[in-house]
Ligand binder design. Structure first.
Ligand code: SF4
Length: 281
């Protein structure tokens, strides 16, 4: 059972299509630790700590440590900007993170920069990839497919092949939240996103490819903000979130998980550690 724990105060990038609602106060990590405790009481087994960029806050390490020591599979999603090459960061990554997600949205700095609004970000991610690989971490590259980069997706695939992450997750643009107000710029009713996704291979060398269409991701996981507000995708409107209330109120998490199930093969295999597979054989 998986939950997403998002930091929704602000982000170090300003992606125009981003569906994270940045409407909350700066995180108080004593509260966020209590949010995690509520998720643990509810029996989650996997957590994605995402953003904004959680690594903007040095306390991400304590949060990841709590999750890991409680036995969770810890997936950290970051844009990489806050991930500094220090001994303490490396130690935390090695000790507490099972899977690390980083974004690459094009085969070069210029296409990636069009999607992320920041051309220099491409080199930051490539730099992070170079030293993260030495830690032996499982890396997941995330690519959002939009009208702007769909035609270059096969070239991006060749870059991903050369970087050889464990997983390449390719996400169809989803006009949710504030990012949905710019839909005309990123979505393509004529079908270029669908066409680009259909041409992708399911494997690139040793890299497994996950193709995530928006209708398949709907109602697969609850999202919990750093202050404890819980929301899910709306059952009646695929392009909206449905707020459920505070994690500290009775029944809110139960309602969230009763609405969300993730039966996808990708979800099961993404959160299985190699050792678990061996033990099961
Ligand atoms: S898509 Fe990710 S990196 Fe971009 S603004 Fe949203 S949270 Fe930040």
């Amino acid at each position: 059972m998986r939950a997403i724990l998002n930091f929704e105060h602000q982000c170090t990038l300003k992606c125009d299509w981003c569906y994270v609602p940045f409407v909350r106060d700066r995180p108080d990590f004593s509260v966020t630790q209590r949010v995690l405790a509520r998720l643990l009481e509810h029996g989650i087994t996997e957590i994605t700590i995402g953003g904004g960029d959680p690594t903007s806050y040095h306390e991400w390490r304590d949060l990841a440590a709590s999750a890991k020591m409680a036995g969770l599979f810890v997936h950290l999603d970051t844009n990489g900007i806050g991930l500094r090459r220090s001994a303490s960061v490396k130690d935390a990554l090695r000790s507490y993170v099972d899977l690390l997600g980083l974004p690459i949205d094009g085969p070069d700095a210029s296409i990636h920069g069009l999607v992320r609004g920041q051309p220099r970000h491409f080199d930051i991610v490539i730099d992070r990839m170079s030293w993260l690989g030495e830690l032996g971490l499982d890396i997941k590259i995330n690519t959002v497919v939009t009208k702007v980069n769909a035609s270059t997706l096969l070239q991006t695939a060749e870059l991903v092949r050369s970087l050889a992450p464990t997983i390449w997750s390719v996400y169809e643009y989803w006009p949710l939240s504030f990012g949905g107000t710019n839909r005309e710029q990123w979505d393509d009713p004529a079908g270029s996103l669908t066409f680009a996704l259909a041409r992708l291979p399911r494997e690139l060398g040793k890299t497994r490819v996950e193709i995530n269409r928006r209708h398949v991701r709907r109602l697969t996981y609850p999202i919990v903000a750093h202050d404890g507000e819980v929301y899910i995708h709306s059952a009646s409107d695929i392009d909206r979130f449905q707020p459920l209330g505070s994690i500290f109120d009775d029944g809110v998490l139960s309602r969230a998980f009763s609405s969300c199930t993730d039966e996808r093969e990708e979800a099961r295999s993404r959160y299985t550690r190699p050792n678990d597979v061996q033990e099961a054989l």
